[in-house]
Design a protein around this ligand. Structure first.
Ligand code: SF4
Length: 491
């Protein structure tokens, strides 16, 4: 029987509609797609990397150094590298290397996916591909190991990608369930809920203590300003937002802007290096030009004083940021919240004095901002207006700020606990993120009901357990104190 290579094009003609283009890359390391295409995907490779029973015990870098995986990292199903916080032992001296791990079918996929331009990949310590090949070192974060799985997998005669049950990962990557799960199973549902409530209060109390110490140092208003700014930056721009709040402290912002949100916005944009110069750059439509001209006129008289303190534009992250979260929009929210007096810090301090009638809405209303003429229906300076109005701070972000900042802040300001117990019991829930889901999976197994942690306080509890126990664990759970603590102190 003669077999020709490839399937005739008139078989499955519609398949071409979903074919990926595989243009060769300029670096020259892009291998031609193998024929036939590989019977696996990146997900298969992720399962192999995560599961010690599948992963070859001894791997090698492209430079020929032996590699042992001490910890493959936390499986990250959100944006960013595939595995976070991995630990590898490398070379004959078994030097320990830690960081994130990115997995691809081919080495050149790193370039194809443009990870080199994405700051979320700066902590990558190992680039793992199925096929061997070497990327130029300048393409990867300094010191990144390049590891190919194929040579070691080929040597395992009983290995086949067909044996993988992809849907059962990442939970299946653990050879045995973590001991905290067995301890949780001994508890009744109410007791498990009580454990999460206690962990949630622990997290909030710690936040309140940290805020209180900072407030004693730099004053409550400045700390609320810094923390809300950091929260407005969301994860990618948290650091530059916080730095902006320090470079342009609240008192100075109010003094220089005269309490006017427009002038404060222009000042924030200018110091952030996010204000395009309308005199030299052609940007946007007429409305945008006139908006930027107005900002520029307010910024220009102050620019000389602030030029040396400006935050470089390169420090801001735009890749992967949702349009609604872009820093140019968020800064308008900051200007509205903080320029006027009384502003957000004073209103929070007033609320902290109340002795009754406190609920989540009282705090969420602090983010009901007046509609701004330009940003009400804009997502960036260069995009055309959108049809429906878009809030400067949406409800999910306002809830996150309430839980992570405002509630601990009022506790730090000495608010009477009795007035806040109802809110604590009815804390709004942040969106369930990957961290919450993975921690719940570790604690309760794949068949648990998410109803158990629908309340905001319990999600805080899961985050606390992840940070306090899982992130600090260096023993693959063997010495984690949580299981013992659960067994001995049933709430
Ligand atoms: S480290 Fe995390 S997963 Fe392991 S036992 Fe402790 S709480 Fe459970």
């Amino acid at each position: 029987m003669n077999l020709s290579t490839g399937i005739a094009l008139d078989w499955f003609p519609r398949a071409a509609a979903l074919a990926h283009s595989s243009r060769p890359l300029s670096c020259g390391v892009c291998e031609a797609p193998p024929r036939p295409p590989p019977p696996f995907t990146e997900r298969h490779l992720q399962c192999v990397w995560a599961d010690a029973r599948l992963r070859p015990s001894l791997l090698a870098t492209a430079a020929g150094e032996p590699v042992q995986v001490e910890h493959p990292g936390e499986w990250n199903t959100g944006p960013g590298p595939d595995f976070l916080n991995a630990a590898l032992r490398v070379g004959p001296d078994l030097r320990r290397i830690t960081g994130d791990v990115e997995i691809h079918v081919r080495p050149a996929d790193w370039q194809r996916h443009r990870h080199a331009d994405d700051p979320r990949y700066r902590r990558v310590c190992a680039h793992v591909s199925y096929y061997p090949g070497t990327l130029p070192e300048a393409e990867l974060p300094p010191g990144t190991l390049q590891i190919a799985l194929r040579p070691a997998l080929d040597a395992q005669l009983d290995f086949s990608f067909d044996n993988l049950d992809l849907l059962s990962y990442p939970v299946a990557a653990r050879a045995t369930p973590p001991p905290c799960r067995a301890a949780m199973l001994q508890l009744t549902p109410d007791q498990r809920g009580a454990v999460l409530d206690a962990a949630g209060e622990h997290r909030l109390r710690r936040r309140a203590e940290i805020l209180q110490a900072a407030m004693l140092d730099r004053g409550p208003a400045q700390i609320i300003y810094e923390e809300v700014m950091a929260a407005l930056g969301y994860r990618p721009n948290k650091a530059p937002f916080r730095r902006l709040a320090r470079v342009l402290p609240l008192e100075l912002l109010r003094e220089k802007s005269g309490g006017n949100p427009w002038r404060a916005y222009a000042l924030l944009l200018g110091v952030a290096s996010l204000l395009p110069d309308p005199t030299t750059r052609r940007i946007g439509d007429d409305e945008t030009k006139s908006f930027l001209r107005r900002c520029w006129d307010a910024w220009w008289p102050l620019s000389g004083e602030f030029l040396p303190r400006r935050i470089p534009r390169a420090d801001w992250v735009f890749a992967g940021v949702r349009p609604t979260n872009r820093p140019e929009r968020r800064l308008m929210a900051a200007a509205q919240l903080f320029a006027p007096t009384p502003g957000l810090p004073e209103r929070v301090a007033d609320i902290a004095k109340r002795t009754q009638g406190l609920d989540a809405n009282t705090l969420l209303q602090l983010f009901d901002l007046p509609e701004t003429p330009y940003w009400a229906n804009r997502l960036s300076f260069s995009a055309p207006p959108v049809d429906a109005p878009v809030a400067l701070v949406g409800l999910p972000r306002a809830r996150a700020i309430l839980v992570n900042l405002l509630l601990p802040a009022v506790a730090a300001l000495g608010a009477p606990a009795s007035a806040w117990q109802a809110l604590l019991a009815d804390l709004p829930a942040e969106e369930p993120n990957e961290l919450v889901k993975q921690t719940a999976l570790r604690l309760f197994g794949p068949d648990h009901t998410p109803r158990l942690y629908r309340a905001g306080l319990r999600r805080q509890g899961l985050i606390h357990i992840h940070h306090e126990y899982c992130l600090n664990d260096r023993s693959l759970c063997a010495t984690c104190p949580l299981p013992t603590s659960l067994a001995s102190t049933t709430p």
